[in-house]
Write a protein that binds this ligand. Sequence first.
Ligand code: NAD
Length: 475
Amino acid sequence: MRRERKVSPFELLIDGGRVATREHLAVENPSNGETVGLAPAASADDVGRAVAAAAKAYRSWRATSDETRRSACRTIAETIAAHAEELARLLTLEQGKPLNGLGSRFELGGAQAWAAFTAELDLPVETIQNDENGRIEAHRRPVGVVASITPWNWPLMIAIWHVLPAIRTGNTVVIKPSPLTPLSTLRMVELIAAVLPPGVINVVTGHDDIAPLLTTHPDVRKVVFTGSTETGRKVMASGAATLKRLTLELGGNDAGIVLSDADPEAIAERLFWSAFINNGQTCAALKRLYAPDSLYDDLCTALVAYASTVKVGDGLDEASQLGPIQNAAQWNKVASMVDEAKAAGARVLLGGNPPESRRGHFYPITLLADAKAGMRIVDQEQFGPALPIIRYHDIDEAMTQANASENGLGGSIWSSDIERARALAAQLECGTAWINKHGDIRPDVPFGGVKASGIGVEFGRHGLAEYTTIQVRHE
Ligand code: NAD
């Protein structure tokens, strides 16, 4: 395997220039525990300078023409495409996901596609009245400085989801990636900044404690946050004093319900990837699978047969389809949830037996039969490669359990009877109800959670509108 450089000269990017810091944090490769590089640890002054640069740049960026901003977004999409392989390798090194399959190259493809699509979006002026009695128009205007806070699971794609609609609509940005995966974002922002005026995009990295400096800053007008529900609550509380506008994309505990007319062998592969994409570390992954008595054993057999063919390994190995869990804390959470479920009577169909001593945060693909409500792995988001399969006797009971979660990001119904599936999909309490698929997202389709899974939506015109306020012109 090719040796990667161990120490990387990553620096903050503020007001169009690189800024060195005295402190750094080591970024670990989850496949082997080695240090991938050192990320700058921003001070409070650095964060303040980044917000000041964004506020200064906002004065002129908001006044640029729509065409200027569209063209900049197109160039950003091209830049990402041109550097996709470099960014994908860096992402694999720090995140762990494989280069291949639904891994880093796929993520960079998504980042490029979302950037390109966002470039072409418009929010035209809405004429509400135009007659002899007067004229009323609703104009969409930028909000100001946007703070973007991103998680470690899909760091680059989510960064693009935040940054592109913000700058497309005339805002400026300070982005703060997760301390666990900061390097690829630092590099991508450096590339993006090269096509924008200084200060339109800035990046600060460091420990979690720099985030509240952004969410409480009086010159930050909006926070777009993707991460856990727990941290989302803190973001909302900390933004209260300055009445921040918020988009919160939070955790999910998505249920998938298989109906008795489904064909287990036909759906096993798609079900598997719905749950195990990115090792289950995906907000809208299928995290609880409900299967009827009549199909239960056949479905378990089909899932085990497919899952046994999937190759887990170092992400730089082109043959790997899944990598390690991203970090030790998440590994411990998944392992303890599986252990508790086993102790409470869940039956291990596959996996569930991590090696005693480990190099990297690898955890085997795990399928748990006879899982039940009351087990933590059913009631809470596991965010890892372990899927609980819950037996149900009647569909109303399954629907009640599916909706019993505080979360409401996505859900799915799996059936050969489309009318029945549609009727049941309508009963799911979630932002997206899929049929015979799960987790599919598109840049033209709004995506967001209900209940504790978030506030607001991303993507498409609805998502773009969240980066604007309305000014009415009434004559
Ligand atoms: P996390 O909440 O631990 O961290 C997310 C970000 O918040 C990081 O950048 C972190 O540094 C920052 N942060 C930490 N403390 C903060 C504070 N007090 N104020 C503001 N920001 C703070 O989440 P994570 O573990 O990185 O990501 C996993 C979670 O993200 C899962 O729950 C997953 O479901 C969720 N997620 C949701 C979506 C979605 O679109 N709904 C997408 C991806 C991930």
